[in-house]
Design a binder for this molecule. Structure first.
Ligand SMILES: [Zn+2]
Length: 101
């Protein structure tokens, strides 16, 4: 592998790790199962790894993905675990999307 490719790869890894560490500091549950909300207000859980996603378009704490509740595409926002009510947690846990981040 050429040196530039290795350098680029290292930079990407450092960037992904950095974003995840920062997100954790701010209280977001990243790098695992996270509770998200779509534009229509549906709550569901999804695998959220900051900086690494294969089936959605990321825009910071917002990303475009398919909502498993309303079966539509929507911008979804990451919710802070600590801000959720028990009812919201229960609703989100009932709807989980696929295992692919
Ligand atoms: Zn929805």
């Amino acid at each position: 592998m050429p040196t530039e490719a290795i350098t680029a790869l290292v930079l990407i890894v450092v960037l992904v790790l950095g974003v995840n560490i920062i997100a954790r500091r701010y209280g977001y549950d990243v790098g695992g199962i996270a509770v998200v909300q779509c534009r229509r207000g549906h709550l569901f859980t999804t695998i959220w790894i900051a900086g690494a996603s294969f089936k959605s378009v990321r825009l910071g704490w917002v990303r475009l993905q398919r909502c498993p509740v309303g079966h539509h595409w929507s911008l979804v926002t990451l919710l802070k675990e600590a801000d959720l009510t028990d009812e919201q947690r229960r609703l989100a846990a009932e709807h989980r999307d696929g295992p692919i981040p």
